[in-house]
Each structure stands twice: as C-alpha cells, then as structure tokens.
Design a binder for this molecule. Structure first.
Ligand code: AMP
Ligand code: GLY
Length: 451
C-alpha cells in the first residue's frame, strides 16, 4: 500500500483535530504540523517554517505571514520544506493563506494542496464577490446593496442617513477582518455608530474598500460542511457554532465557544434543499466562472421561512466545528483528501457516524478582550478515553502545560443523542482546571430546544 507524507499548516484546535484524524489513517507515513501546538505534537512532528534570514541587520527571521516579509517568503519556506521532506499532501487549516494564494503557489511548485485556489477562496475572502456570484446564479441569500470606489464610506453614510428605511440592516466589510467586519444595525443611529467604528479602525478601513449592506434575515443559523473536488461533493454533517462569549448568545463575538453536530434544524429535507439550491449551484457557478472550488466548503446558513439562505461562505473547516465533525467521520480523512486533490471524489464515499457530537471550548477568563496567560492546566489525563481534548492556546514549559491564548482547549464527547453528548462533554470539561477558565454552559441548548 502506498503511504503518504502530509503537512498541516496551522496551530489551533482545528489543526489538532486534523492531525488526530489524519494520524489514524493507514495511508499515512509521516505527519508534520507547522507551527502546530503541544496537542498536535502527539500525532506528528511540529515544525517552525520561517523564511531564511536574508538581511544582515541582525533581526530574527520572520514568522508565518510576517508583515515585513509578506506571505511570499513564507510560501517559499513551506515549498522548500515540502521538497526536503517529500511531502505528498499539504492541508491548509486557516483562511488567510488560502486567500493569499498558497494553493496556487505550492501547486506551481508541484505540490498537492487540500484547499481552494486564490480565486476560489474569494468566496470567503471577498464578500462582494460571494454576493455577486449568488445574485448571478440565483443562489438564495439576503438582498443587498454594494458600495465601492473612492468615496465608499461617504456614500454609505449618505445611504444610511437618508435613503434607507428598512431596519435592521447588516453592514459587511468586503475583506477578511478576523470576524470583526460584520455589524447588525437595528436603526439609523446604530448604523451611523457602526460606520464610525469602521472609519476609526485601521484593519476595518482596509477591509471596507467595498461594503455590502444586507437585509437582516430572521431564522436559525446552522452550518453545513462539504468536501468537494470541484464537481463532486460529499456532505459531512451540519453543525451549530456559538459565536458569542456569553450564555444565551450574549456579549462579544469570539472565534467560537463550542459546537455540536448534527444540528436538528438541518433535517433531511432541509439538507436536501441545501444540496439542491446552494451547494451544487455554488460549485457549478464556480466552475462556469473558471475557478472550480476544491477543498472544504463551509456554508454558513440561515434557515428562514423561505428555506435555507447563505449568510456566508468559508473556504476551510470552522474552528471549533471541525473538532466536532472529524470525530464523527468514519471514513479515512486522508483517503478522502487524496481523492479530492486527485479529482476522484466521484469514486469515494464519505461515511459519517449517526451519533451526536458536542464540543465545548475552554477559554482564558477575559477573552475575547484582554486575558492573562501562563496558567497551569491540569486534569487532561483524567478525561475519559471516549472523549477528546484538542489544544489551541497551550504551550509547554519545563514539562508543564500552560495556557497561551484566548481559546485554550476544545473538549469533545459523543453520545447516542444530543442530550447525552452534551452531558458527557460537560462531565469531561469539569475534570480540567486552570485559573480563570471560562466556558459557556449552554452549548447545544438550542438544539435540545428544537427536539
Ligand atoms: P458573517 O461573517 O457574514 O457570517 O456574519 C457574522 C454573523 O452575523 C453571522 O454568523 C450572523 O449571525 C450574522 N449575520 C450576517 N449576515 C446576516 C443577515 N443578512 N441576517 C441576519 N444575520 C446575519
Ligand atoms: N467557527 C467559525 C469559524 O471558524 O469561522
């Protein structure tokens, strides 16, 4: 049997789940993760990939995506490592390198990459592109207006202050803004306050060279994940993320505080509608536009009275949704990824478990605002064998595991139904301790309500 060397790019809980899943494959030879974290080190070799130092100024070589060297120097360091270690497949975890074009770069250097091309990653990287595509191909989504050009924010201000009478609206900056580029404005005054925040924030101003204003869609949110080679697609599961820090979906937005899969709101009829009216039309549209989409397509959806509509596309696995989805995958992830990059998904089935999965994120108290790092984590070794603990913001120092980020760990448990998956998950969470640990106690509650 042929064996494959794999490189995963990224350092979060998603990448730990990818490493865990790929390490179970009989097709795997060597696994590298860059930069990885203490959790991924249990499944492969963590490597720092920095561009070679070219200056003589005595400064340290730059890190991933470093702003002084830009992504290209880092891409070259990745390509050099791929050549050195005979990597057969590179799996890109986060969106930024995909949007920056890492897939195109590595492919022109003869490497296979699981992840969309730069042009295809615009589905996530440019909200105006995604909106344009959906309108052109009649893929259900919110109605919207677009602003662009030199005076984009002034034009938007005029429209919000005088022309618009339909509230609430959703204001979205075009480019990647680390989850900060979307504002739901309930009335005119709020919308002008949101506009002021865009003007005052450098990152947001950059992302807001184009802006979309959308109709607010009423309904329940859920995501659906598919793996696709451009033509064929395999649905994984639906899932529900919990973006706010506070219970009952209150407080500030975070990277995601927990997830469960599948989401009861996505019943079989709804999933069929998603495939027929959203997934395949999107893949077809991308093909027709000359940018066939390959990799994971994350459909962020609103289940409205008129059926499912697209809130957003993402061009990679969600974090923490990935931590709940991959343990549910019965098929060999490496085999599925190889089939994807070789355009052979048609011949490959993806089998998912019919159990239920719950993932609770344990974070540092204070997150998503300022928080302390360096708290010692204990209790992971007491977690039940049936549960999984994926690392995000952790580091090892003198043999001790310490917190080193906002989101610290993702704890995942399964059960025959959602209730038991949730209860099992919290039983494990309670065994793990670190100072100021915080987590939401209502992960999955929305799903239970629906049952
Ligand atoms: P996005 O980054 O586009 O996913 O937006 C972030 C969050 O804003 C989503 O997860 C939704 O909760 C909310 N949102 C975005 N667009 C809409 C919309 N048109 N109607 C209702 N809520 C929305
Ligand atoms: N959990 C949301 C995301 O990964 O975008």
């Amino acid at each position: 049997m042929a064996k494959y060397n794999v490189l995963i790019l990224g350092s979060g809980g998603r990448e730990h789940a990818l490493a865990w899943s790929l390490s179970r494959s009989p097709l795997l030879s060597k696994l590298f993760i860059s930069p990885g974290n203490p959790g991924t080190a249990a499944h492969g070799v963590n490597v720092e990939l920095k561009p070679a130092v070219t200056s003589t100024s005595g400064s340290e070589s730059a890190g991933v995506g470093d702003k002084d060297t830009g992504p290209d120097a880092w891409f070259e360091a990745v390509a050099a490592f791929i050549r050195e270690k005979n990597i057969d497949l590179t799996v890109v975890g986060p969106e930024q390198p995909l949007v920056d074009g890492i897939t195109d770069y590595l492919e022109t250097h003869g490497c296979k990459v699981f992840g969309p091309s730069k042009a295809a990653a615009r589905l996530e990287g440019s909200k105006t592109f995604a909106k344009w595509l959906m309108h052109k191909y009649q893929i259900p989504t919110a109605q919207s207006v677009e602003f662009s050009g030199e005076t984009v924010l002034d034009d938007l201000e005029g429209w919000l202050s005088v022309e618009n009478d339909n509230w609430p609206v959703v204001i979205k900056a075009d480019g990647l803004a680390a989850g900060k580029g979307v504002f739901i404005s309930r009335n005119r005054a709020e919308s002008l306050d949101h506009l002021r925040r865009i003007r005052e924030d450098k990152t947001l101003r950059k992302a807001a060279k184009r802006v979309i204003v959308e109709e607010f869609m009423e309904g329940e949110e859920a995501s659906v994940f598919a793996i696709t080679d451009g033509r064929n697609a395999r649905l994984l599961l639906s899932a529900q993320d919990h973006k706010r820090i506070g219970e009952g979906d209150t407080g500030l937005n975070t990277g995601g505080m927990g997830a469960y899969a599948p989401a009861p709101v996505m019943d079989e009829r709804m999933l069929q509608l998603v495939e027929d009216t959203i997934l395949y039309p999107t893949l077809g549209a991308m093909q027709l536009e000359g940018h066939a989409y390959r990799g994971v397509l994350y459909l962020g959806l609103m289940v409205t009275e008129e059926g499912p509509k697209v809130v957003e596309y993402n061009c990679r696995f969600g974090d923490p949704e990935c931590q709940a989805l991959l343990p549910a995958m019965k098929s060999d992830l490496l085999e599925v990824m190889l089939a994807t990059v070789n355009f052979e998904l048609e011949k490959t089935l993806v089998e998912m478990s019919d159990e239920h999965f719950c993932c609770v994120v344990m974070a540092s108290g204070g997150y998503p605002e300022a928080y302390a790092k360096g708290m010692e984590i204990s209790g992971i070794d007491t977690v039940s064998e049936d549960a999984l603990v994926f690392h995000s913001g952790t580091r090892l120092e003198d043999g001790k595991l310490l917190t080193s980020g906002g989101r610290v760990l993702s704890v995942v448990a399964k059960g025959p139904d959602l209730r038991s998956a949730i209860d099992g998950c919290y039983r494990e969470v309670e065994k793990i301790t670190f100072d100021n640990a915080c987590y939401r106690r209502d992960i999955g509650a929305k799903g239970l309500k629906r049952l």
